[in-house]
Design a protein around this ligand. Structure first.
Ligand SMILES: Nc1ncnc2c1ncn2[C@@H]1O[C@H](COP(=O)(O)OP(=O)(O)OP(=O)(O)O)[C@@H](O)[C@H]1O
Ligand SMILES: [Mg+2]
Length: 289
């Protein structure tokens, strides 16, 4: 296994945010963690790479990456691994980018942090190659842009590109698509899947979107109140869920194949059966069947 999380427990002051969370991520595997807001998904993800907020405390457990416990690692050693072997993508990409730095300068800095000998020309070439691979037709323009000149979806693709520059073994993504419109979401999902297939990069992502885990994850974990209440292959979790909460989550996904009630035109002021109808400029209402 590439990453092994064992009995991880995290508190914020007196708030227990994660309790005895255990799961593993294999090489080239995508693991998706789902759960409602506040269930502890980001806490688990941030604990893995030492990015917990100052009030967060790890109470116990292990996080082993290629056999080394990241929780016991000195901060400077962990900084070397983070960004190089393990890259992180956040929900609001524009917040994790320096607004005063052009994309290509940020890319250069991110590579130089881990490889002193990298030259500007070499990094520029690689940046342009990665941006082209992320479906930017004008990579040179994007490289020369500041983050505020890009849309949210473009920023997220750029942060994925920056993460890939150091050829990470594991990509952690916290709600990588929830700030984006449906079209950009689809682009990001397809990109992440392409990266996983092409480079055998492992993915660990958290989301509250069941559709996203269904499309992307090989293994799915379900979190509730700081606990991982279910973990298994995609088919096990989606087709034979064990926990009542997982069943409820799956049942809450809107189904596209059910028949919708027909649209009926009511006369202004009265319904088909003489009931009162709410009046508006549009006379079209859904009649329950
Ligand atoms: N910096 C913090 N200080 C105090 N409590 C925090 C902090 N960050 C998170 N918490 C608490 O820890 C619990 C888990 O939060 P976390 O952000 O991990 O949830 P989440 O599953 O990622 O939610 P969301 O889907 O909304 O992002 C919540 O009860 C939250 O209030
Ligand atoms: Mg979160």
């Amino acid at each position: 296994m590439l990453l092994n999380v064992e009995n991880l427990s995290v508190d914020y002051g007196t708030v227990p945010a994660a309790r005895n969370v255990s799961f593993a991520v294999g090489v080239g595997e995508a693991v998706g963690i789902v759960g409602e807001s506040g269930s502890g998904k980001s806490t688990v993800l941030r604990s893995i790479v030492g990015l917990l907020d100052a009030s967060g405390r790890i109470r116990g457990g292990k996080v082993c990456f290629e056999g080394q416990n990241l929780l016991r690692m000195p901060p400077n050693r962990l900084r070397q691994i983070r960004g190089r072997d393990i890259a992180v993508i956040f929900q609001h990409p524009e917040l994790s980018m320096d607004p005063l730095q052009k994309i290509e300068d940020a890319c250069y800095e991110s590579v130089r942090l881990h490889r002193d000998a990298a030259t500007r020309m070499e990094v520029r070439e690689k940046t342009l190659a990665v941006l082209s691979e992320l479906n930017f037709c004008n990579a040179e323009r994007i490289a020369a842009a500041y983050p505020f000149e890009l849309s949210g979806g473009m920023c997220q693709r750029v942060t994925i590109g920056m993460a890939l520059l150091n050829e990470p073994r594991l990509l952690l993504a916290d709600e990588p698509t929830s700030a984006l419109d449906v079209h950009s979401q689809l682009q990001i999902v397809e990109l992440l899947l392409k990266i996983k297939e092409k480079y055998r990069t492992s993915l660990l992502f958290v989301t509250h979107n069941m559709g996203l885990v269904g499309r992307m994850a090989d293994q799915i974990g379900v979190m509730l109140d700081g606990q991982l209440v279910e973990f298994g292959t995609r088919d096990e979790v989606l087709l034979q869920p064990m926990h009542a909460y997982t069943k409820a989550l799956i049942a809450s996904v809107p189904k596209m194949d059910c028949s919708l009630p027909p649209l009926v035109k009511y006369d202004r002021g009265s319904g088909a059966n003489g009931e009162k109808v709410w009046l508006s400029d549009s006379h079209w209402y859904l009649r329950p069947v």
